[in-house]
Design a protein around this ligand. Structure first.
Ligand SMILES: [Zn+2]
Ligand SMILES: [Zn+2]
Length: 338
């Protein structure tokens, strides 16, 4: 995909022009506009004093020596000019379609780089997230959401666009959750669920099933932690249903079939927390049975799947045991009661 900075294409050629700064999606390299700590585009650029090396302010705030040259940092200085450059650069990548709309009569033909822009920004959001620069990650994800939402509005809610929009909303939920904004996270997960649910009737593929069930579970987790167990249970059950339906009775060992078992366990776990012991016990047993009866494809053997199966099975047995102990205790208490 051509970079919109790469000499706005007057003619469409086979060799798409390269971005002079090296910021093409496929070949992104760390350059003068990125931070060496989070490996993403600078966010709130700040210079270390006295060496004047530049990083995101959130990233450099965790250091007392400059990560580039090792000098003791005596102070930080915002670099608004450089940040402006970064923001303009993102806008350049970001606003290709709008420029096209604005220049309908002009000779310049821009490629629709919106998808490339999305994956480009997403990459930066993920890097910033991994480096715990959450503010930067959120800023990039906000743009991605804006972009996928706009695509849904202008191009129609195709399964591809919806699944991207839903997945990005889920990531934004993760980011807000990590920032401690639990209500905001719940909103984003819920929005992700509703976007993805709208297409599951039309077009179900493994990616959508995964994204939807993960968002349902994450929303369920937040409700669980907020002590809204009824709501958590309902959400976990929905996730289970989505996964189970997509499996359609298949019971070969796969990532998807293990996901169903994990969902069964999540439902059982919240039932136990609600004191619904017999339902919980049934659920854990059903999960174990299901896992034990998954058939392995003859070849090639996937060791990572077998490992995952073994670890889930170990976890389930521990849960079952705990559940049984809890029940025995409850029965003893009952028997001792006058
Ligand atoms: Zn950084
Ligand atoms: Zn330095």
């Amino acid at each position: 995909m051509a970079c919109p900075f790469g000499g706005a294409t007057h003619e469409v050629s086979d060799s798409s022009p390269k971005c002079p700064l090296g910021y093409d999606t496929a070949s992104f390299k760390l350059g003068p506009l990125s931070c060496l700590v989070c490996r993403a585009l600078l966010f709130k650029a700040a210079r270390c004093l006295p060496c004047r090396h530049v990083f995101c302010s959130a990233c450099i705030a965790r250091f007392s020596d400059c990560p580039l040259c090792g000098v003791d940092i005596s102070g930080l200085e915002e670099d608004g000019e450089l940040q402006k450059l970064v923001d303009q650069f993102i806008q350049g990548h970001a606003r290709v379609r709008r420029q096209q709309q604005q220049q309908e009569e002009g000779p310049v033909v821009y490629e629709d780089a919106s998808l490339a822009r999305g994956s480009f920004l997403l990459q930066h959001a993920m890097r910033a997230f991994q480096a715990q620069n959450l503010e930067s990650s959120k800023a990039r994800l906000d743009l991605c959401v804006e972009d996928t939402r706009e695509m849904m509005e202008t191009k129609g809610a195709s399964a591809e666009v919806c699944s991207q929009h839903g997945a990005v909303l889920g990531l934004l939920g993760d980011c807000l959750r990590a920032m401690g904004d639990l209500d905001g996270a719940m909103d984003k997960y819920a929005e992700s669920v509703s976007v993805l649910q709208a297409i599951t009737g039309v077009d179900v593929n493994a990616e959508i099933v995964h994204a939807l069930s993960v968002s349902l579970n994450k929303l369920g987790d937040l409700k669980y932690y907020a002590d809204d167990l009824e709501c958590a249970l309902a959400l976990y059950k929905q996730a289970l249903q989505v996964r189970d339906r997509a499996q359609a009775g298949r019971n070969d060992l796969s990532a998807e079939s293990i996901d169903v078992v994990v969902s069964l366990a999540k439902v059982a776990d919240v039932q136990r927390a609600m004191g619904r012991d017999s339902e919980a016990a049934e659920g854990f047993t059903a999960a174990i049975t299901r896992l034990e009866h998954l058939t392995c494809p003859p070849s090639p053997r996937d060791e990572s799947l077998n490992k995952r199966r073994a670890s889930v099975l170990g976890f389930l047995h521990a849960q079952q045991q705990q559940q049984q102990q809890q029940e025995t205790k409850a029965k003893k208490k009952q028997a001792q009661a006058p």
